[in-house]
Design a protein around this ligand. Structure first.
Ligand code: GRF
Length: 202
């Protein structure tokens, strides 16, 4: 199954996926394209280093969100992409993009959704004083951090944790569950009914 990873930043989740693929842990999944809206992003450099084709266009050069997404969709189509994996992609997808890949876009979010949606999930949970936070992999719909939940992994917050140590723990959990969720998708083992995602036995 051909996969595109969309990333705007550091790309540590992309890296975890690249390494999982190298170990044969992505089921039949193959990352055929890495795409982003920030051409200088470390994520895209990691992709180039791994020999993955890259779509890197500066979003500011496009008039509208729709125009950028049309260009991106063209690249996905040419690469025969069947699953879109968002990994720190800091742009909202246009409704046209979401509807053309409906049920085939997944995202990872650094909190136990529906708590702490938005761009600062780790800090918001930390500042709130929660004792347990975590990570969520979910399908993407038009609402932010909202679609059906595929997997969650909890991360306890200890009294000694600083925001930085908590961030480290969260990222470690992400790097474990994201490749696993992608593998389940690639193996055709996710069945979605309404908000409920069932993991089918092989
Ligand atoms: C991760 O914390 C992810 O949950 C969030 O953005 C961050 C991306 O990190 N959506 P990286 O670029 O994969 O290192």
């Amino acid at each position: 199954m051909n996969i595109a990873v969309l990333a705007s930043g550091n790309g540590s989740n992309l890296q975890a996926l690249i390494e999982a693929q190298a170990r044969g842990d992505l089921g039949g999944g193959k990352i055929v394209l890495a795409a982003g809206d920030k051409p200088g992003a470390l994520a895209l450099k990691r992709a180039i280093k791994a020999g993955i084709k890259v779509f890197a266009e500066d979003a500011a050069a496009f008039g509208t969100r729709e125009e950028f997404d049309q260009a991106l969709m063209g690249a996905l189509e040419r690469a025969g992409v069947e699953l879109v994996v968002l990994a720190g992609y800091m742009r909202l997808l246009s409704p046209a993009f979401v509807s053309s890949y409906e049920g085939r876009i997944i995202n990872i979010h650094p909190s136990l959704l529906p708590a702490f949606k938005g761009t600062h999930g780790i800090k918001d949970a930390y500042d709130h004083g929660v004792k347990v936070t975590g990570v969520t992999v979910h399908f993407v719909d038009v609402e932010l951090d909202n679609g059906p939940i595929i997997m969650q992994r909890e991360v306890p917050v200890s009294e000694d944790d600083t925001l930085e140590t908590l961030e480290e723990k969260i990222h470690k959990a992400e790097h474990m569950i994201y490749p696993e969720a992608v593998r389940l998708f690639a193996e055709g083992r996710l069945s979605v009914k309404g908000r409920k995602v069932k993991i089918l036995e092989l």
